[in-house]
Design a protein around this ligand. Sequence first.
Ligand SMILES: [Fe+2]
Ligand SMILES: [Fe+2]
Length: 222
Amino acid sequence: MKLDYSNNKELISEEKELITPSIRAFQIGEGSEGKHLKKVVEKFGKKTNDEAYIKAMDWFILEENRHSMTLKKYMEVYDIKPIENNWIDNVFRFLRKLMGLECEVVVLVTAEMIALSYYTALSNATGSKLLKDICAQMLHDELRHVVFQSYTLHKIGVRRNEFINKIVRGIRKFFMRITLNVVWVKYKDLFRNGNYTKKTFRNDCLEYLKQSIDIEKAGKLV
Ligand SMILES: [Fe+2]
Ligand SMILES: [Fe+2]
């Protein structure tokens, strides 16, 4: 999608105030060099003899960095200064690196499912055509990321005992519930303006998780 950054009069000041905290947080959340991720992906790709998977993950990291750049460019148009770090992002980065590929992917895909609701809310909350176009692009990409990462979890789970898989699914549900509550508390003004209530936000996130787990179990879209 071709994005036109030339118009800087679309966003009214109340809207700018409304979107600033969350767009800053998502801008840093989207971007990462992915050093640890690349390392664990390479290890898994070699173990499973799957060079294509390593390549696909490289493209995935590039696309996430493009998301971050897109948001940064939009913020520049309206003079919204980026932030250096954010505690939720720091916690996510810490958790991702705690263990191997599965841990990285569980944390990543949780953030991506939250992002699906976030970009929907952001699009609903703004009158800016450019921001709506950016959200549409993000939603298009993130949906595919969720499917891709859920399939990765299938590839990991299929190689081991089903009992462990059930425990991981329980951890994913628990982690999603914590994350959605934290995100709601921090950015509820934006979500409310984007036609979400706490209940619809929670239901959306849990439904995405259910679908992700269905893909993880089946190894394909169901
Ligand atoms: Fe992204
Ligand atoms: Fe993503």
